[in-house]
Write a protein that binds this ligand. Structure first.
Ligand code: SF4
Length: 574
């Protein structure tokens, strides 16, 4: 039976329990959101003692299932004020799966500002003083802890931003090379971990079996082989992701006028070829980096990359679409090396590149720094780690930055920055940003492909978003990387995998029911937290301004959205 590790930071006690019945069939996002919903007061302060931080691998963590080792982090979010789940790659999900550890739950609050490292092994958990890790960045922490506990361990950590309780702080996870480049970045969950007094978690799976067995392992293995063949045939897996990574979307997004530029003023960037995936790929090859990199063993796609500086020294991994968009075009920075440096600093200091890109764009429009001033952007990022007043403002995200500088053009929904897709062109993704209980979030159900950019018949866009969001709720519960999914046959394979895993029938209908239940649970928590249906809307400027150069407008009717989501929202909406 899987276990839950509860760590009471008030008493500094670690306690393993059997997984309770209500959480038994859950993992990843399904488990984090259900636990938050059942155990956390929706009206609590996100940084207070009664909030909980939950870290959970997916249901299939540790099994042979391809691309299924992602890890979810959940809490009441300091950024949105609602329930939050942010998930990440890296090796920790697989290790927790092998340890049959369904979740680590950080509870309470330490009485002092001491910081601790939580060390979890297969049959023990203990808190050790963080000592000289205090104030250090994620790169230093991962190196020091791997040296101390062995290069086989998984590590989750926070940088200076999490210690300073900033609302854009992330939780970093190391990848298979020990680099802290994978982040549960969205929603400020790093600050919740900081408030709990945990600087890092060491996940040591020594002594566990390498592969978690399914109830019907033979059928499971057979289905896995079929699923792998299907994934490998997908056009984006064959032609794009291992070659250009997510950066391969940059030119496409720009072409369809969806690439946020200069704080969402236009949808196309004049220096696009300088930051497009093709150019990033050339620089990677020239400097001895790596394309097609995988963030954990068991990924069969390899969307990541390793990016070197001009001298051929490691600068960052992985340089992604969202970062190139939000810290690049959105800030009018057209130099890949500067964006890669900003990415490295965000990873090291432990902040979300999307939220920081959103905040910087707003600050640039406010005149705090010039659009395109990469040098000043780097300095300000250092200030985030130092905790200067300006650093704290930017490190608190786009909404706070907008308020402090009196700006009206602030690209946020439910307090969270837009990712690098402008809703005025990316319509179905825009509906996802509006309706997701997670705030504007690129992982909540982004339409992958060109579908949404062809103008559909009225009434067809919102249902696309609704179906995708429900499906993503289940993928995040399984621990599946979204790049392996996205077509109707995936649900069929996933249902077959879960049937073999549980040893009893799990149908596509069960799959949809599970996704809908998770979505409803999150919406209901948000309502109890005071987030009303009125917050399911685009920022005013996006509704009023068209998006040059195509002058796109968000054209999905409110009625269409309400009708597609009615069954997922509570009945007593105002
Ligand atoms: S496709 Fe990319 S994000 Fe997904 S598991 Fe592989 S490397 Fe990680």
């Amino acid at each position: 039976m899987r276990k839950i590790l509860r760590v009471d930071m008030g008493k500094r006690e670690c306690r393993f329990t059997d997984i309770p019945k209500e959480y038994e069939r859950l993992g990843g996002r399904g488990l984090t959101s259900t636990l938050i919903s059942l155990e956390v007061d929706p009206l609590c302060h996100p940084l207070g003692a009664t909030n909980k931080l939950v870290i959970a691998p997916g249901i299939l963590g540790g099994t042979l299932s391809p691309c299924s080792q992602r890890i979810s982090v959940g809490a009441k979010s300091p950024l949105t004020g609602g329930v939050k789940e942010a998930n990440s790659g890296g090796i920790s999900g697989q290790k927790m799966g092998r340890m049959r550890l369904a979740a680590i739950v950080l509870e309470g609050k330490p009485k002092t500002d001491d910081l601790y490292v939580l060390v979890v092994t297969k049959d023990d958990a203990r808190l050790e003083e963080a000592g000289d890790l205090k104030g250090k960045g994620n790169y230093h922490i991962s190196e020091a802890l791997r040296e101390k506990y062995g290069s086989h361990v998984g590590i989750a950590s926070i940088g200076p931003a999490g210690e300073k309780l900033l609302a854009a702080a992330s939780v970093a996870f190391i990848d298979k090379d020990g680099v802290p480049c994978r982040h549960a970045a969205r929603g400020g969950l790093g600050s919740v971990m900081g408030a709990k007094g945990i600087k890092a978690i060491v996940i040591d799976d020594a002594g566990t079996k390498k592969v978690v067995q399914a109830a019907d392992q033979e059928t499971f293995k057979k289905t896995v082989q079929e699923f792998i063949a299907v994934i490998k045939e997908r056009p984006r897996v064959k032609n794009r992701l291992p070659i250009y990574g997510t950066a391969g979307l940059v030119a496409f997004s720009n072409e369809v006028n969806a690439f946020p530029t200069r704080n969402f003023t236009t949808g196309q960037f004049e220096e696009i070829e300088k930051i497009a995936g093709e150019h990033v790929g050339e620089l990677i090859d020239e400097r001895g980096g790596e394309r097609g990199h995988t963030c954990y063993h068991g990924c069969i796609i390899g969307c990541s990359n390793v990016y070197m500086d001009k001298r051929g020294k490691h600068l960052t991994s992985s340089l992604e679409y969202e970062t190139l968009g939000m810290l690049g075009a959105n800030c009018a920075i057209g130099d890949v090396d500067t964006i890669a440096l900003l990415d490295r600093l965000c990873d090291d200091y432990g902040v979300d590149t999307i939220e920081i890109g959103g905040a910087m764009g707003v600050a640039m429009e406010a005149g705090v720094l010039e659009f395109g001033d990469g040098e000043r952007a780097v300095e300000i990022l250092h200030e985030v780690a130092q905790g200067t007043h300006l650093g704290r403002i930017i490190g608190s995200g786009a909404a706070i930055t907008g308020r402090v500088f009196g700006m009206t053009r602030v690209p946020t929904i439910k307090g969270q920055s837009f990712p690098a897709w402008d809703a005025r062109s990316a319509l179905a993704t825009g509906v996802t940003f509006i309706t997701s209980p997670q705030g504007a979030d690129h992982t909540a159900g982004r339409l992958q492909g060109v579908l949404e950019f062809d103008r559909f018949e009225p009434g067809t866009i919102a249902p696309l978003s609704q179906g995708m969001q429900v499906s993503v709720c289940v993928q995040d519960t399984i621990g599946l990387c979204q790049f392996s999914d996205g077509t109707p046959e995936s649900a069929v394979f996933l249902a077959r995998l879960l049937s073999a895993y549980y040893g009893e029938a799990f149908t596509v209908e069960d799959f949809i029911k599970l996704g809908e239940k998770i979505f409803r649970t999150e919406v209901a928590f948000n309502r109890r937290a005071g987030i009303s249906l009125k917050e399911d809307r685009l920022p005013e400027f996006m509704l009023k301004e068209s998006l040059p150069p195509t002058n796109a407008m968000f054209t999905v009717d409110q009625e269409e959205i309400d009708s597609a989501f009615a069954h997922l929202r509570e009945d007593n909406e105002d």
